[in-house]
Design a protein around this ligand. Structure first.
Ligand code: MG
Length: 383
């Protein structure tokens, strides 16, 4: 058994309405899927989180030639080969996103070849479904009064559909953020609310926002500060009781060591399609555990990533653990994304806020290759 071919699928879907967060607006969803095919014709699939064109060039020119001819079951050895042979210029960034997608595909492939779901390869599921929280409430091109109204309506919609936990976007400006934080709490007095600033604030601004989030009973404050100033998380944590979450911009166990060592971050958020894949995600989880930090993966893509995260979360545990421990959470992006909703013949089942962990072999989801044609920008193949 050998890897015969690596294919990439660059897919793009324009959005009917621009979506924004504290750093920019986007007018399309885009992704690079990778497909690793073995000599017996089995395909493993993964996705990369990052600019698809760059990920595609990285897979085609750097990584695929190093995988072709190799044993598809040797995911750990292959990860280290890709890492070590490109280390001088690819310790992180978009090149690590390319490795991540390929690693997810190798886990999907391994599950399919062995006839086991990825959650069993990871040591077994704690439960057959995991608790999802809804991510949405992105900014729109609207005056702020109207925007707050639209965002509150959106959140109420998710809540009424069964999501008891919801994450909003903040980091626009102090006046707007304050009004939105309060309006959400007033509209949803019983909901579990989180707020994500996408590293928008200076330390002093973050302290003020943290105090308001505390008063409004939010359960975590995500990316309040720049990922470049790891020590500021400890400074902020000393002035607030709200748990701080961060890590979606971070990669590898080495990056997470830098983020977690100073203290302050209480929830680590590696994205499996960016942090180094499932193989590196397990190492990040072990590192986080040794710091007493829980992991809630960042997940903002299509169903390869959501399925991978569901297997990962289901096989994890919540620190420090007790008989009636809180359930590990899974991020479920609800913002518009045709690449997530229209390209799978078998998807991830969501019942209320419970996400069923797929039980078919591998990741357990299946691409609709016919539907992919409508969104294709470019397809490549290395053999
Ligand atoms: Mg975030």
């Amino acid at each position: 058994m050998r890897i015969e071919c690596v294919r990439t699928h660059w897919l793009r879907a324009p959005l009917s309405q621009r979506l924004g967060f504290s750093q920019c607006f986007i007018d399309a969803r885009e992704v690079l899927w990778v497909e690793i095919i073995t000599s017996d014709g089995t395909s493993g699939w993964g996705e990369c989180y990052g600019p698809a064109a760059v990920c595609q060039a990285a897979v085609d020119s750097l990584y695929a030639p190093r995988l072709v001819g190799e044993n598809p079951l040797a995911h750990e050895r292959l990860w280290h080969r890709l890492w070590r042979e490109t280390l001088d210029f690819a310790r992180g960034g978009i090149l690590m996103a390319a490795i991540s997608g390929l690693d997810i595909a190798l886990w999907d492939l391994k599950g399919k070849l062995l006839g086991l779901p990825v959650s069993e390869l990871l040591g077994g599921r704690q439960s057959d479904s995991v608790a999802g929280y809804a991510t949405g409430m992105y900014f729109r091109d609207l005056p702020e009064d109207a925007l707050i109204e639209v965002l509150v309506e959106e959140a109420i919609g998710y809540y009424e559909n069964g999501f008891g936990a919801l994450k909003i976007k903040i980091g626009k400006n102090w006046a707007f953020d304050s009004r939105l934080i309060v309006a959400m709490r007033e509209a949803l007095p019983e909901a579990m609310l989180m707020a994500d600033a996408n590293h928008a604030y200076e330390l002093s601004e973050a302290v003020g926002t943290a105090k308001l989030l505390e008063q409004c009973r939010y359960v975590w404050f995500e990316e309040p500060l720049s990922p470049e100033y790891e020590w500021q998380f400890r400074q902020l944590s000393e002035r607030t009781d709200i748990p701080l979450a961060a890590g979606e911009c971070e990669q590898t166990r080495h990056g997470f060591r830098r983020l977690l060592s100073p203290g302050g971050v209480q929830i680590a958020q590696p994205d499996l399609a960016y942090c180094g894949g499932i193989t590196e995600g397990l190492k990040i989880r072990a590192l986080a555990s040794s710091h007493g930090v829980n992991v809630v993966p960042h997940c903002w893509g299509t169903l390869w990533n959501l399925a991978a995260a569901s297997h990962f979360v289901a096989s994890g545990f919540w620190e420090p653990g007790r008989l009636e421990s809180p359930a590990p959470l899974l991020e479920v992006d609800r913002s518009p994304n045709p690449l997530r909703d229209e390209l799978f013949a078998a998807g991830v089942e969501i019942d209320g806020s419970r996400v069923k962990v797929p039980t078919a072999s591998g990741l357990g989801v299946v691409a609709d290759e016919q539907a992919m044609m409508d969104f294709r920008v470019n397809r490549t193949e290395v053999r």
